[in-house]
Design a protein around this ligand. Structure first.
Ligand SMILES: C[S@@+](CC[C@H](N)C(=O)[O-])C[C@H]1O[C@@H](n2cnc3c(N)ncnc32)[C@H](O)[C@@H]1O
Length: 277
């Protein structure tokens, strides 16, 4: 009897020890893989991520378009065209482009017949750059760029046929809240299309992308934009963003169904599509 009790105590203490070890390992793993929601542009500041993101994009607004096309060698235009081709074959009368920035995707979508696009962003200076492009291209009847936070969209329920987000979700302070807001403003069977950077996993694209995004981009980005953090924040937030399959699951957990994705340019970016549930 005494023997059985001591064996029981021995097993319980081993189990407890293992549970503690497992907890330490899990905490360490989550420390290593911080969620992109926790990656802030200005680490030394204590204000909310949304405010810091708006400040950073306002700071670089004058150089954003140039650096965007320069760093991507113009491939970003091809990615936006791919998004437009997806939108083309679904009902698309009322489109909302969330985190529209300087409006490149909104402008690309305006080429679709019968489309009306509203673009929202929290960075006013990015919107100002976009409004000049809209005026120059005489698109003011089709494209309306407004200030608006993706986490609290200034629209009634069920308003839009399609919501697009290009390179914006990674910057959200609360991704789940942003996705639920997008679902709320979509009408029945409405679609969300998210274009976002990924972390390519195959040799040699992974190594090339890492060198390019973590070394070259911060160096040139700092030189040109004069914001010392903006182009270091970019690779950090990309690295912390969930993998494509995990993000598809997050989309389905936050107001959507049938989430699918397609990698583009060797997995440097991915296009996610889902239907409002
Ligand atoms: C990398 S830029 C992308 C701009 C544009 N979609 C494009 O493809 O070039 C990210 C944009 O997301 C905006 N953004 C980030 N968080 C936001 C939020 N919570 N609500 C609205 N816009 C947001 C930023 O201000 C910035 O203009």
């Amino acid at each position: 009897m005494l023997y059985q009790i001591s064996i029981f105590h021995y097993n319980t203490s081993i189990l407890l020890k293992n549970t503690v070890y497992l907890q330490i390992i899990l905490n360490f793993q989550s420390f290593l893989k911080m969620s992109s929601e926790k990656i802030n542009p200005y680490k030394e500041k204590s204000n909310a991520k949304t405010e810091q993101v708006a400040e950073m994009f306002d700071n670089i607004s004058g150089k954003y378009d140039f650096l965007n096309h320069f760093f991507s060698l113009g491939i970003d235009k091809i990615w936006r065209r791919k998004v437009r081709n997806i939108v083309k074959v679904i009902p698309h009368h009322q489109i909302l482009d969330v985190a529209t920035g300087t409006g490149d995707l909104a402008i690309a979508l305006s080429k679709l017949e019968g489309s009306n696009i509203i673009g929202v962003d929290i960075a006013n200076k990015m919107l100002d750059v976009g409004r000049i492009k809209v005026l120059k291209q005489k698109l003011e009847d089709k494209v309306d760029l407004r200030n608006g936070d993706s986490l609290n969209l200034p629209f009634e329920d069920n308003k839009f046929d399609v919501v697009t987000v290009a390179f914006g979700v990674r910057n959200f302070e609360n991704i789940g809240k942003g996705l639920n807001e997008i679902s709320r403003v979509l009408n029945r069977n409405g679609k969300v299309i998210v274009l976002e950077f990924s972390n390519p996993s195959k040799f040699p694209i992974k190594q090339l992308f890492n060198f390019y995004s973590r070394r070259l981009m911060p160096f040139i980005g700092k030189l040109v934009s004069k914001d010392s953090r903006a182009y270091s924040y970019l690779p950090e937030s990309v690295q912390a963003f969930p993998t494509e399959d995990k993000f598809a699951k997050i989309i389905e957990d936050n107001g959507f169904t049938n989430a699918t994705f397609k990698n583009v340019s060797f997995g440097i970016a991915a296009i996610h599509v889902a239907t409002k549930s």
